[in-house]
Design a protein around this ligand. Structure first.
Ligand code: ZN
Length: 114
């Protein structure tokens, strides 16, 4: 890629980053549980049907791991934030890739000029 192409790529990445919207790190998992009631459907000997799904959000930030339950009505909005966070990381990585490539091109150009 040329210097100009890399600069255009970076500008596009910056615009995509600015348009991201709400973010949150982590991943969602589903859990199914059994309760303490011995006659409950979750203890049915033939066809046990566990309770759930219960949604759990897990993430590590600044070296601290957090896991918490997520209410069903929060799941959709949270999924969107998790997807946006993944996109943020992809865009940031692509920007750094382009920045390193640009620096190398600029260094070569400076060496040719001297
Ligand atoms: Zn039960």
């Amino acid at each position: 890629m040329t210097t100009q192409q890399l600069q255009q790529r970076i500008e596009k990445l910056q615009a995509q980053l600015a348009a991201l919207g709400p973010i949150h790190p982590g991943s969602l998992s589903q859990q199914y549980n059994v309760c303490g009631n011995p006659t409950c459907r979750c203890k049915d000997p033939k066809r046990p049907r566990k309770h759930g799904p219960y949604y759990q959000l897990s993430y590590t930030w600044r070296g601290r791991s957090t896991t918490r339950f997520v209410r069903p009505h929060e799941v959709a909005a949270l999924r969107a934030k998790l997807a946006a966070y993944k996109r943020l990381r992809q865009l940031t990585t692509a920007w750094v890739d382009a920045a390193i490539a640009l620096q190398q091109l600029e260094r070569k150009a400076a060496q040719r000029a001297s």
